[in-house]
Design a binder for this molecule. Structure first.
Ligand code: ADP
Length: 491
């Protein structure tokens, strides 16, 4: 035996023996210290103990204990340390001031004993006695861990969730329950969590996974809450397996994607078909027109009548296609709006001028009621004009006698603008009112001989109004008339 007893002690003691200067700089780092903290002698010597193994937030305590040792000659305390790999452990520390004649300043000897396991078991007993019944009664898996990240207690739901035998998780590191890739981040999270513990609700974190004992993973949701007892601080995690929900969400997402692409395909189809349909239709309308004008030669009455039917139907079809094309464009987000300052009055006057012959042809009065000053609006002229034409066209179509009144009102300056089209027509039965803005919705119930239409006009107008940031509303009474009002936002 040629080892000096002191050397033997330093080499063989399972506890960490550390000698440091009065400011905590390490001058001796025993074998036990290397094993417990993971730093080699060369890595540790010359470093401050507080920098090396004291976790964030623990420096003041370390400073205090060093001071106490220097003043009183020694100290005994329990503390938390951080290993080189980031994991935390509990230590029982005993310190002693070393002073020799001829030394410039005293040194400090510290013995640090790893008591993590003992402490976990002690805490586990206490916590079991206090909380076991409560924890067993909750449906979620519950794991309570101490600040070093060791499981103090896990309820049977948690054990089942992760595939462990009863009691098997006690004293284990909670890292075991996480896939490898999360562990590093988790260690940091955990130390930070104890510095600033707060409640964190289920699902407020990232997408997390749990690791079963057999190595398989499953998606989890965790909520954390701090729990302070006289002995220590703990963190309670409620863990829920969300595999089922994730599967459901994925299926839903896939369905959504499918629907979105089907919808896009429909819009593309509509846009291109509408275009393809218009070309031959224009030929039909054009040639029917020349035939009716008798340019190629005379027609008898019956031929004239039948050609007029062809013409009416073809025009109807063209209107339908035009509307469809517009709807498809809006739904595909392909409408280019040109928002510019325009005079709202001018738009209404134009529409009135265009449709007046149609109204007067039916013996209806078309009244235009506009304020004196020009009405400045920031909007798309074409879209606005299309809406007013649609509303006024409908009013004329569904009114047999009386008048159509176009009104524009603006709230002071360039505030909210309201454009109304009021008629004295047949009105809309209450039961049909709610579906009026839907595509292809036409009131047919009380109207065996409804004027022709596509049922797209109002749908389209409402969509355009929304694109302009406004909306269309109406009031109507069967047999008395209807008033449709377009509201556009101010600046
Ligand atoms: P269309 O007029 O081409 O049928 P719209 O979408 O413009 O399509 O109108 C849908 C339905 O709403 C019409 O068929 C009609 O029944 C009803 N409607 C619209 N405007 C009026 C109105 N001013 N008076 C009475 N009914 C109306």
């Amino acid at each position: 035996m040629d080892l000096h007893p002191i050397e033997l002690l330093s080499n063989e003691s399972p506890d960490a023996l550390v000698v440091m200067t009065a400011i905590g700089k390490i001058v001796h780092w025993s074998h036990g210290a290397q094993t417990i903290f993971g730093y080699g002698r060369d890595e540790a010597t010359g470093r401050l103990l507080a920098d090396l193994v004291v976790p964030t937030g623990g420096a003041p305590e370390q400073g205090r204990m060093l001071g106490e040792t220097l003043v009183l000659g020694g100290a005994t305390y329990e503390s938390v340390r951080r290993r080189k790999d980031g994991s935390l452990l509990y230590v029982d520390v005993t310190t002693k001031r070393l002073q020799r004649d001829g030394w410039e300043e005293p040194l400090v000897l510290a013995t640090e004993k790893d008591v993590t396991h003992i402490k976990v078991l002690r805490d586990a007993k206490l916590m079991e006695a206090r909380f076991r019944d409560l924890l067993e009664s909750t449906p979620d898996g519950i794991v309570m861990a101490n600040p070093t990240g060791h499981v103090v207690i896990a309820n049977s739901q948690a054990e089942k969730l992760f595939g462990y035998e009863p009691g098997e998780l006690r004293g284990k590191s909670v890292d075991l329950l996480l896939p490898e890739r999360y562990r590093r981040a988790h260690v940091t999270h955990r130390s930070n969590y104890f510095l600033q513990p707060r409640k964190r609700a289920m699902g407020s974190g990232l997408d997390l996974a749990g690791l079963r004992k057999d190595g398989t993973e499953f998606p989890i949701e965790i909520s954390l809450s701090p729990l302070r007892t006289e002995e220590s601080a703990f963190v309670m995690s409620a863990i829920r397996d969300i595999s089922e929900r994730k599967r459901f969400e994925r299926a839903l997402q896939e369905k959504n994607d499918e629907l979105a692409s089907a919808n896009q395909a429909k819009d593309r189809f509509l846009a291109s078909m509408s275009h393809e349909l218009r070309t031959p239709l224009n030929a039909i309308i054009g040639f029917t027109g020349t035939l009716l004008m008798r340019l190629p030669g005379p027609l008898n009455d019956e031929q004239g009548k039948q050609l007029r039917t062809v013409q009416t139907s073809a025009r109807h079809l063209l209107a339908l296609i035009n509307d469809l094309l517009d709807v498809a464009k809006i739904e595909a987000g392909k409408v280019d709006l040109e928002i510019e300052p325009i005079d709202g009055k001018a738009v209404i006057e134009e529409v009135a001028a265009t449709l007046r012959p149609q109204a007067e042809g039916k013996g209806l009065e078309l009244i235009v009621d506009l304020p004196e000053p020009p009405s400045l609006l920031h909007t798309d002229r074409r879209a606005l004009s299309q809406i007013v034409i649609n509303l006024t066209g409908n009013a004329i179509k569904f009114t047999e006698s009386g008048s159509i009144r176009l009104t524009l009102r603006q709230e002071g300056g360039a505030g909210v603008t309201r454009i109304s089209v009021a008629d004295t027509g047949i009105g809309i039965p209450v039961e049909d009112q709610s579906k009026l803005f839907g595509a292809f919705s036409r009131v047919t119930s009380s109207r065996p001989r409804a004027p022709e239409g596509t049922g797209l006009g109002l749908h389209l107008s409402q969509k355009l109004a929304m694109l302009l940031g406004g909306h269309i509303a109406f009031v109507s009474e069967s047999g008395k008339g209807s008033t449709f009002t377009l509201t556009l936002p101010g600046e």
